[in-house]
Design a protein around this ligand. Structure first.
Ligand SMILES: [Zn+2]
Length: 361
């Protein structure tokens, strides 16, 4: 595949994935898109009972390794928890959202038929708020979504009910001219990982056959505690697992280097350890070697922050040697995240090289 074609695929897939809504437990739109893409580039693709999209690209050696690539389809968002008689919506967060982001946020609410209704997160005007509370970030329980409806009946007639999902909206943009090229938009955690997995699957389909079998898991409900990936792991039975993430880059003013976690424009991030896993040392070594063979910079994700689906699947079966590869991203779990094109491309090419060559651990 030419460089231009790969770049075009990356941008258009990211644009599509960042436009779809897939809050935990309601990943339907993302699932439909990924399944249709995956069917074109694997031997078999299907949906399991949890709602994960799974795929298999068989290797030439029936005794070869089974290597699972996992990226999660869900994103953090809001669940409508109550409809007030005067038409306002109450909500509860699904996944970790910084409460400082709520007031005044532009909201997209998904109706039963999949249509979108716009809303605003409102709160009491400051003029009539107790001065002691004015400087504090309100809790979600004190906030509401205003879609402009006049009463509960109108809300229900629009197809919005308890359990409907909503997201803090953020517009997708690709800018090739600043900083060497970047993309910004909603739900990059972990649609960027999904994008990387789809691009790698496409590259593998167009590459020479390999002995190892590649298994794909696009999992549900990661943001609420990795609830989807155990079923995927049980079904795919991998020998090795790699979680693909879109992780925190904190290379912004006021953050010292040792706390930046990862940085944009320094290549794929390989995790040594986080709150859920201590990653397989030999696998980590292979990741570094493959990146360096391609001339890419790579970086460590500073240990101890966060967790990934690998924290769950590495303990399954008889133990699964696991690794985690991330695309660094500023402002994850906010309405607009930012990734550098160079980091996304380097991650895709490095993972492709890892899978194409023998893995001896
Ligand atoms: Zn994630």
């Amino acid at each position: 595949m030419s460089e231009d074609k790969l770049l075009e695929n990356v941008i258009e897939t990211q644009r599509k994935l960042a436009t779809l809504i897939g809050v935990s437990g309601h990943e339907n739109e993302v699932r439909d898109f990924i399944l249709s893409e995956l069917k074109k580039i694997t031997d078999e693709a299907w949906i399991d009972k949890m709602g994960n999209v799974l795929g298999i690209k068989k290797g030439t050696d029936p005794n070869g390794l089974r290597i699972m690539i996992d990226a999660h389809m869900d994103e953090v968002g809001l669940l409508i928890s109550f409809i007030e008689s005067n038409g306002f919506l109450r909500f509860t967060p699904l996944g970790g959202i910084d409460k400082r982001l709520y007031p005044g946020s532009d909201i997209k609410v998904q109706t039963k038929s999949g249509k979108i209704v716009s809303g605003i997160i409102g709160m009491n005007p400051p003029h009539i708020t107790d001065p002691k509370l004015r400087d504090k970030s309100p809790d979600y329980m004190d906030l509401f979504i205003d879609i402009g409806a006049k009463n509960e009946e109108e809300v229900k007639n629009l197809g919005i009910m308890v359990g409907s999902r909503a997201v803090l909206d953020g517009r997708f943009e690709y800018n090739p001219d600043i900083g060497g090229g970047f993309m910004r938009g909603r739900a990059f955690d972990d649609r960027t990982g999904c994008n990387v997995a789809l691009q790698v699957a496409k590259l593998i389909k167009n590459s020479d056959p390999i002995p190892n079998t590649i298994l794909y898991s696009f999992s549900v409900c990661e943001e609420v505690g990795g609830r989807g990936v155990p079923a995927a792991t049980n079904e795919l039975k991998p020998d090795i697992g790699i979680a693909l993430e879109n992780t925190i880059a904190a290379d912004v003013p006021g953050v010292p280097l040792n706390k930046q976690i990862t940085r944009l424009n320094h290549g794929p991030a390989f995790t040594v350890a986080d709150r859920g896993a201590i990653y397989h040392e030999k696998l980590l070594e292979i990741f570094k070697i493959r990146a360096e063979e391609l001339g890419f910079e790579w970086q460590y994700k500073t240990p101890a922050y966060g967790g990934t689906n690998a924290g769950i699947f590495h303990k399954m079966h008889k133990g699964i040697p696991s690794g985690c590869i991330s695309v660094p991203s500023r402002y994850i779990h906010s309405p607009i995240a930012m990734v550098r094109i160079s980091d996304v491309l380097a991650t895709i090419k490095t993972l492709h090289a890892i899978l194409m060559k023998p893995i001896e651990i």
